[in-house]
Design a protein. Structure first.
Length: 591
């Protein structure tokens, strides 16, 4: 290997190690890889920032704005609300929910499609008495499969299309992915209708403070004011007075947390009790003995009428501005006018004080504030309400306009009238001009870390090609696959992509692997289409972990899932995707 190749491979290996380490955000890792490539000379200064003007960045950013406008219109939820109410049997409910989120993910960003339908799923779970865990992971997996159907369904499809254009002069078009994507979506849908039995069925939702569906293991704090009935009681007497509905996990006195709270510990005015239980029980256990849930009095102090204060149960999305911050430093009430009452984290029994708890994607929060402001505050904070939303955003014609704009953009690209980047950029601008989404909301809808990562990694990926690393890796792969038939070579690439994606961002996986796949195909004497499609499918189907894709992370808390639950359902689905995907790819794109 020549020195430029050694440096390019070294940068690639360090970048992958940093992705797996997870301590640095993926966009920061990508920027470091770009800086290292500049320092090593594998990327020249005039090439360094071309990635930020690449069509990929424009398409992904524009698609996110269009997706957010569709979600904001509420037209999808309105259309599905009445049919969903008539479903009673679990299998029919799953068919409706998973089928809907799969179809919708072909048109809008898959995490946006999932977010639109999660409240309906939670409401359905409460009404029918089933566990939310039976619905949410199948929906997340369905959204990933649905993203395979169109060019704009998921970022890997866009990147693969660009690589094909570089090789053959022709990109994949809007619906070139449809035969494979629809086939895999149908296979996945059938499996999920029966495979949900592999998931835990005993994590049930019960009534909550605001008739939303609740998670049963919340952690909160309650203070003991002067004159409260609980003052002078022992912890044991307090638990008896509230019929043991909650557990006392700690006691804070004079700013110090007691390491052990014994049943004979006497509760004093000014103490703060750390409690664990269901939201309804936490509320009763505080009010019954004169305690106050932490920060619950703040809105009243500001002169807001008590009957205009509500509580909402919401899950923190992966892009929430609160992720990675401690509760005490956020200043939710001071900055946003809402109070954080309690936190639930799937698979964890929290022992820290509320103020010291560092929030993470997938946490479920009980948030209190003025009823008329809560929906807007949830959107700004990146929280997804788990109650059925009944927000009206203008007349029906206004709500249908974003759908019409999206339809025109997709039709224009499918007919070859305009390039994809131009069509979706125009659609995003029209969404803003027609007030389907405000400029501020449009900027907030764009996942800037994703765009930064793409812009930084495009020249790094180009360096792998220019230094001959992709030729080298492709040659090694072709030697390993020399004795394999065409279907074996395609399966090998798809499996490698599926194995790498849980540890890298799926877009990063495709940026690295797509050029290697094209070289691999050339070394074997095959056309590149099937191999590029195999990489796109493999990178788009991360079913094994809650961290590989945002959709998986989003359902972890509300579904009460643990890390291992994903492999229980995801491993057999991954096998099915390989078994069905390889013949579908080869049938659609002969080698």
């Amino acid at each position: 290997m020549a020195m430029p190749q050694i440096l390019a491979v070294l940068i690639l290996c360090v970048m992958m190690a940093l992705f797996v380490w997870g301590r640095l955000r993926y966009d920061v890792v990508a920027l470091l890889a770009l800086l290292a490539s500049l320092a090593a000379g594998t990327v020249t200064p005039d090439q360094a920032f071309r990635g930020f003007s690449d069509d990929i960045v424009i398409i992904v950013g524009s698609a996110l704005v269009v997706s957010a406008a569709i979600a904001r219109s509420g037209v999808i939820e309105a259309a599905m609300r009445r049919p969903f109410r008539r479903l009673r049997r679990l299998r029919w409910q799953l068919l409706a929910l998973v089928g809907s989120v799969t179809a919708l993910s072909a048109l809008v960003k898959n995490i946006g499609a999932l977010a639109m339908l999660m409240p309906a799923a939670m409401k359905m779970a409460k009404r029918s008495g089933h566990s939310p865990s039976a619905y949410l992971m199948p929906m997340a997996f369905g959204s990933l499969l649905g993203g395979l159907i169109t060019l704009v369904g998921t970022s890997p499809n866009i990147i693969v299309s660009r690589v094909r254009e570089q090789i053959t002069g022709q990109p994949f078009t809007m619906f070139d992915y449809a035969p494979v994507g629809i086939g895999l979506s149908l296979v996945g849908l059938v499996f999920l209708l029966f495979g949900h039995r592999l998931l835990p069925q005993d994590r049930r939702a019960t009534a909550s403070l605001s008739e939303a569906v609740n998670i049963s293991d919340y952690h909160t704090e309650a203070t003991v004011p002067e004159g409260a009935a609980v003052a002078g009681m022992t912890v044991g007497e307090y638990l008896g007075a509230v019929d043991g509905e909650v557990a006392v996990t700690g006691l804070v006195r004079d700013g110090a947390r007691r390491a052990v709270t014994l049943p004979d510990t006497v509760i004093q005015p000014g103490d703060t009790l750390l409690l664990r239980g269901e939201p309804n029980a936490l509320e009763r256990a505080a009010i019954k003995v004169g305690m106050e849930l932490t920060r619950q009095h703040a809105a009243a102090d500001e002169g807001v009428a008590a009957d205009s204060i509500g509580v909402i149960e919401a899950v923190m999305t992966p892009t929430s501005m609160l992720a990675g911050q401690s509760v005490g430093r956020i200043g939710l009430f001071d900055q946003h006018g809402v109070n954080l009452i309690a936190i639930s984290r799937a698979g964890h029994r929290m022992t820290q004080r509320l103020s010291r708890t560092v929030l993470a994607a997938g946490d479920v929060l009980l948030v209190q504030g003025p009823i008329d402001l809560l929906p807007e505050r949830m959107r700004v904070l990146g929280l997804l309400p788990l109650a059925e939303r009944k927000i009206r955003l203008g007349g029906m014609h206004k709500r249908l306009l974003p759908v019409l704009i999206l339809g025109l953009a997709m039709a224009g690209t499918a007919a070859g009238l305009v390039p994809v980047a131009v069509a979706f950029f125009a659609a995003a601008v029209l969404m803003i001009l027609t007030r389907a989404i405000s400029p501020q909301e449009a900027y907030e809808a764009v996942e800037w870390p994703i765009l930064v990562m793409l812009g930084a990694l495009i020249p790094v990926s180009g360096a792998l090609q220019e230094t001959g690393v992709t030729d080298l890796l492709g040659n090694w792969l072709s030697q390993a696959a020399a004795g394999l038939p065409a279907w074996g070579a395609v399966a090998l690439l798809q499996i490698v992509a599926m194995a790498v994606t849980p540890f890298l961002n799926n877009a990063a996986t495709v940026l690295v692997m797509a050029p290697i796949a094209a070289t691999f195909a050339a070394q074997l004497g095959y056309r590149p289409d099937a191999f590029l499609m195999a990489v796109a499918v493999g990178a788009g189907c991360d079913f094994l972990t809650p961290i590989g894709h945002q959709c998986n992370t989003l359902v972890m808390g509300p579904g009460g899932y643990r890390f291992g639950d994903y492999a229980r359902l995801g491993a057999p689905l991954s096998v099915l995707v390989v078994l069905a995907g390889v013949p579908l790819i080869l049938w659609t794109w002969p080698v």
